[in-house]
Design a protein around this ligand. Structure first.
Ligand code: PYC
Length: 315
């Protein structure tokens, strides 16, 4: 494994409905591979020090999702992207894709109309109108309904397992108020829930770990249908309503006969932002569409001084 650091890594920071995205636009040696999954695996094995250096303290923090731009792998795509966070890589990231699209616009690299972008879990599409970006995610599905698990401190919890570009366990804990000032308690509770799922062998397809947990409650906003809290892999909570989480939620609602194709779902996030979503039935699959706002907050050059003892980042 090589721990070489480039002289500088160029980044553009944005936030999507409050959740930060750091897009790496230059300086990171491109991971080889003919598929995005191969490139993601190379990044995971050989470039983890760069992931850590870019998103962890002292340059970042646990809520930042990084996005490495790569050349495309699919005809018709304008770019590829590998998402990563404080603990590893992600399959897809809805808020992150919205940030990537705004960043490509900031760089003058976004053409007119809809663009296609490759991710490790398949091509996705997006179109921007000012700060508002509409994305078309990979197909979502509800894998298992009404799964119960015993959680220390919570008792028996029942929820659904769904795919929205990442694996989610979706449930409600009526005794737990969803509020920013309770974020630390909610992170602790949902981490216990995630650990209990793993211990009970409850997983996604092919034993894939369920690394996101989503709680729901009635909305605070009059224009929303629901409020959520999302635990991301690691111990960060999503400041946005979570694009892949909202995709998973819509797939569950559809499986329960509570959301028809084309009907709108407005998901409020813990920080108060909102995604509007709907499902499209295509070739027997459910394609989630999501709309939310992103704003570029800075452009910067990250430096890696060889004498800096913290240049590789720390938790
Ligand atoms: O928006 O899909 C999302 C997401 C995943 C993790 C953080 N945000």
């Amino acid at each position: 494994m090589s721990f070489a650091f480039p002289g500088a890594i160029e980044i553009v920071d944005s936030h999507t409905e409050g959740e930060p995205t750091r897009v790496v636009v230059d300086g990171w040696p491109q991971p080889p591979g003919t598929t995005m999954a191969e490139r993601r695996e190379f990044l995971r094995v050989h470039q983890d020090h760069l992931r850590r250096a870019v998103v962890l303290e002292p340059r970042g923090h646990e809520a930042i999702v990084g996005a490495l731009l790569t050349p495309p792998v699919t005809p018709g795509s304008v770019a590829g992207v590998i998402f990563f966070n404080d603990v590893g890589t992600l399959g897809m990231c809805g808020h992150g894709l919205i940030g990537v699209v705004r960043t490509l616009g900031e760089l003058g690299r976004l053409g007119e109309g809809r663009v296609q972008i490759d991710t490790p879990v398949g091509p996705v599409r997006a179109a921007a109108e000012g700060p508002l970006v509409t994305i078309e995610n990979v197909p979502a599905r509800c894998a298992r309904r009404d799964v119960s698990v015993d959680v220390p401190g919570l008792g028996r919890v029942t929820g659904d397992v769904a795919w929205g570009g990442n694996w989610f366990f979706l449930t409600s804990l009526p005794d737990q108020r969803l509020a920013v000032e309770r974020a630390s308690e909610l992170v602790a509770l949902t981490t216990s829930l995630r650990d209990a799922l793993a211990a009970a062998g409850i997983a996604g397809d092919d034993g894939a770990a369920i690394d996101h947990v989503e709680l729901f409650a009635p909305p605070r906003r009059a224009d929303a249908d629901s409020l959520n809290f999302v635990l991301c892999p690691g111990a960060a909570w999503d400041r946005s309503p979570c694009g892949t989480g909202t995709s998973a939620k819509m797939a569950v609602l559809h499986a329960r006969g509570q959301l028809a194709a084309g009907a709108r779902w407005r998901q409020e996030g813990l920080a108060g932002g909102m995604f509007e979503g709907w499902l499209e039935e295509r070739d027997g699959q459910l394609v989630p569409h999501l709309r939310g706002r992103a704003f570029v907050t800075s452009r910067a050059s990250l430096r890696f001084d060889p004498t800096d003892p913290f240049r590789a980042g720390f938790v």
